[in-house]
Write a protein that binds this ligand. Structure first.
Ligand code: PLP
Length: 447
């Protein structure tokens, strides 16, 4: 007799029920509190049960919960779109509201493809992305992603229209003999060669996360990498598609992570921090150039979902974004990010099994290694990341450990993405609890 009819992520273990939340805390059914140091998967940017967001949701629910976008727009969707792109950041001028990150990526891929059909370049049907990336779990997004273990079982179903190049992941990919400039030049040459191999006039776009999230753990690119990538896309007439599902909406200290890279995308995907978990919502953002081409061509983006522009989701996201703006939370993310980095360095900088501490803003990670000198990862069979997750949870800390950081199979890292509303003392508690969890997991793994 099944004890649960829910198909949980693990079919061997049923997770405890969460019965409440308050700010940075989640409350388990047994009453124990868990400090949500990763906002689930970098979602809960305002923490839990934020009164302003709850009130906005209640107000919207009392007016109108849903109206299909084949017939209606809604005040919530219009106002949220104005808030996000009314000032045309980086030239992004339109939004397409979906229900999460994978849907935002699917929309990004499809609008890029349709744009080239509309402008008379139908041969452009190929996308280049990077290894060690994650763009979502639907088949198009999974085809785009370069996360080896997530792709493996579905490989026969994935589209051959996507190919992958080396990520800008200096800790594992930069050779000791290379300067940062040499490394960027090598990656740029590889990307350029991939355009040439495919035929530059067959490539629709290059897809990348400005700061790589769950797959590799808060990996920032060396300064200048994204400018080099932008130049290559422009030279070959392809679009730059940035996936800010995890790193966007303020997580790295600016509303968009690309603001710190000196480039802007043609198409962008956002989700997680957009609605902060209060409602499922994601968005694809794009430019006048792309929308005008479609308007003057077929007149409609040939795509759609039942829950596009859902009024409840848009109302919740609008209030999340208003709180971020009105409470100057981006400045707070920058300051707290520096504090988090300092504390991580103090705690783990000399730790014999922490090889790298990296990230930006409130988006940081530590990577575990067996040997710091050679950067050799632990045997994946030890499942160290799972041990850390379990030890942290037992110690009242929610964080986001994963395996495969180095190459899709080897490498353990722990990602932190605390809420923007936390205090320096909360950060101290996060680092203390993480330190204990890491040490106890290493001990139980025989290290
Ligand atoms: N893109 C990135 C960078 C992500 O981190 C994720 C989710 O973790 C996705 C896309 C997919 O988003 P979702 O899980 O909301 O479909």
């Amino acid at each position: 007799m099944a004890t649960t009819r829910v198909l949980h992520r693990s079919l061997r273990e049923t997770p405890p029920k969460a019965i409440g939340g308050e700010g940075i805390w989640l409350i388990r059914e047994d009453g124990r509190k868990v400090l949500d140091a990763s906002g689930g998967a970098a979602v809960s940017c305002l923490g839990h049960q934020h009164p302003r967001v709850l009130e906005a949701m209640a107000k919207q629910a009392s007016k109108l919960a849903y109206a299909h976008t084949a017939f209606f727009s809604s005040e919530a969707a219009e106002t949220l779109a104005d808030h996000l792109v009314g000032h045309e950041p980086g030239g992004l001028a339109y939004t397409y509201f979906v229900s999460g990150g994978s849907e935002a990526i699917e929309a990004a891929i499809k609008i890029a493809r349709q744009y080239f059909i509309e402008v008379g370049e139908p041969k452009r049907a190929h996308f280049i992305a990077r290894r060690q990336s994650y763009h979502g779990n639907t088949l198009g997004a999974l085809s785009a992603g370069g996360n080896a273990w997530r792709r493996e079982p579905y490989a026969p179903l994935l589209s051959p229209s996507f190919s992958h190049v080396t990520p800008a992941f200096a800790y594992h990919e930069k050779r000791d003999s290379e300067s940062e400039a040499d490394f960027i030049a090598r990656l740029a040459a590889e990307l350029d060669a991939e355009f040439l191999r495919l035929g530059p006039d067959t490539v629709a776009g290059f897809i990348a996360e400005p700061v790589v999230g769950a797959t590799a753990g808060a990996v920032t690119a060396p300064e200048g990498y994204f400018r080099a990538v932008r130049e290559i896309c422009d030279r070959h007439g392809a679009l730059l598609i940035l996936d800010e599902v995890m790193c966007g909406m303020g997580r790295t200290g600016t509303m968009h992570a690309w603001e710190q890279e000196g480039v802007a995308p043609d198409i962008q995907a956002v989700a997680k921090g957009l609605g902060g978990g209060y409602q499922p919502i994601g968005a694809m953002l794009t430019t006048n150039r792309i929308v005008d081409a479609i308007r003057q061509g077929s007149g409609a983006f040939q795509h759609g979902h039942t829950y596009l522009g859902h009024p409840m989701a848009c109302a919740a996201a609008l209030e999340v974004q208003r709180v971020i703006a009105e409470e100057n939370l981006l400045d707070r993310v920058k300051e707290l990010g520096k504090h988090l980095e300092r504390r991580l360095i103090e705690r783990f900088g000399n730790h014999r099994h922490i090889g790298d501490i990296r990230g930006r803003g409130l988006f940081q990670a530590i990577e575990l290694v067996e040997d710091r000198a050679t950067r050799k990862s632990f045997d994946p069979g030890l499942k160290l990341h799972q041990k850390i997750k379990a030890a942290a949870f037992e110690g009242g800390l929610g964080c986001y450990p994963s395996g495969g950081a180095a190459d899709g199979k080897n490498g353990d890292h722990v990602l932190l993405a605390p809420p923007y509303i936390c205090t320096p003392a909360d950060i101290d508690m996060i680092v203390d609890r993480l330190g204990s969890a890491v040490d106890s997991a290493l001990k139980s793994a025989g290290h």
